[in-house]
Design a binder for this molecule. Structure first.
Ligand code: NAD
Ligand code: UDP
Ligand code: UDP
Length: 315
């Protein structure tokens, strides 16, 4: 049945893909975004769609609208963006969560929170199951994001316990794909853009740190499945691709796909950069019947294709 769905952060990378999926399924979408890191370009193809509406609004202020479901994705996600105005990052996560929970409570509707693998910090348990409480520095440069997202999870579970609100918490692991911001500093977009421009690929540290990369379509599928679960399913549920790669391996894979003459250049490792990260996805498999389908090489090829077109590169 068609629903009126609020997507906060809908003009961002993940939000715009989520909206495409929800529109294709026949729903009516209210996209709320303050365009801090998102862009009208990401939803330009929808602006004339009869079931799409865009509202420029900051979720750290109250929002009174009438909808049937909420996906709360509003928050800058890449370190250079969330560290630009760290106080605002915490406000977006914490006050934004309070406002979306207040809205969901008034309307008696379900609300999904886009949480993150960053709640595990620099993990001492590997791979990370949902039961692991994490290893997060509360006062470092990443804390505005990590602790903001942790506090948002706390709020979601307290609204659940106090008000029996329908909550869904998804812990998203590194996700990549078309519409990533070319300058947002994340490793996949950096490497692809650098390779396409024939510039050196910048590896932070010695490149032995690991991440697990999920293609955006797989991630969105897991997110929509979680929203569709019954009231008793709250999460948190990890959604990500368990394939684990060092940054050096990722650089080599990007160079193989793009070709060209780029070299590798080593830069200092940022403070509190997690050494390893890999999701334990047993819950996503058993509760959501979900697992990733797109292999890294295929997803990277599609992403390279997108950046080739948008950068107008010829290499
Ligand atoms: P993104 O930066 O592309 O999108 C975030 C969107 O939120 C942007 O459009 C931005 O303008 C908007 N926004 C920021 N602050 C806002 C505010 N105060 N009010 C309204 N809108 C605001 O990032 P993304 O990768 O699409 O991430 C979306 C969500 O998923 C975020 O909550 C992020 O924490 C989470 N997440 C993403 C990843 C990933 O790998 N991409 C991993 C873990 C979690
Ligand atoms: N809120 C909102 N839209 C609504 C209902 C509430 O933005 O439709 C905000 C409201 O401003 C409040 C927050 O959500 O600050 C939490 O609401 P709740 O009802 O849980 O708390 P209270 O208003 O009692 O502090
Ligand atoms: N990284 C890198 N070169 C870059 C950008 C990032 O080596 O140009 C590293 C970064 O230090 C981290 C990993 O790649 O170890 C993933 O970084 P990203 O910012 O994409 O995600 P996060 O650290 O939030 O998982």
């Amino acid at each position: 049945m068609s629903q009126r769905i609020l997507v906060t952060g809908g003009a961002g990378f993940l939000g715009s893909h989520l909206i495409d999926r929800l529109i294709a399924e026949g729903n009516e979408i209210l996209c709320v975004d303050n365009l801090f890191t998102g862009s009208r370009r990401n939803v330009a193809h929808l602006l004339d769609h009869p079931r799409f509406e865009f509202l420029r609004h900051d979720v750290s202020f109250p929002l009174y609208v009438e909808v049937d479901q909420i996906y709360n994705l509003a928050c800058p996600a890449s370190p250079i963006h969330y560290q630009r105005d760290p106080v605002q990052t915490t406000k977006t996560s914490v006050i934004g969560a309070i406002n979306m929970l207040g809205l969901a409570k008034r309307l008696r509707i379900k609300v999904l929170q886009a949480s993150t693998s960053e709640v595990y910090g620099d993990p001492a348990v590997h791979p990370q199951p949902e039961e692991y409480w994490g290893n997060v520095n509360p006062i470092g440069p990443r804390s505005c994001y990590d602790e903001g997202k942790r506090a948002a999870e706390t709020l979601f579970f307290d609204y659940r316990r106090q008000m029996d609100l329908g909550i869904k918490v998804i812990r998203i692991f590194n996700t990549y794909g078309p519409r990533m911001h070319p300058n947002d500093g994340r490793v996949v977009s950096n490497f692809i853009v650098q390779a396409l421009r024939g510039e050196p690929l910048t590896i932070y540290g010695d490149g032995s740190q690991t991440r697990s990369f999920c293609y955006v379509d797989d991630l969105i599928d897991g997110m929509v499945r979680l929203m569709q679960t019954p009231h008793d399913v709250t999460g948190p549920i990890n959604v990500g691709n368990p394939g684990e790669y060092t940054m050096l391996e990722l650089a080599e894979e990007v160079l193989r796909i793009v070709g060209g003459r780029s070299t590798i250049e080593y830069r200092p490792l940022p403070t509190d950069d997690p050494k390893q990260r890999q999701p334990d996805i047993d819950k996503a498999k058993s509760v959501l019947g979900w697992e990733p389908r797109v292999a890294l090489a295929d997803g990277l090829e599609r992403t390279v294709e997108y950046f080739r077109e948008t950068l107008g590169a010829t290499s």
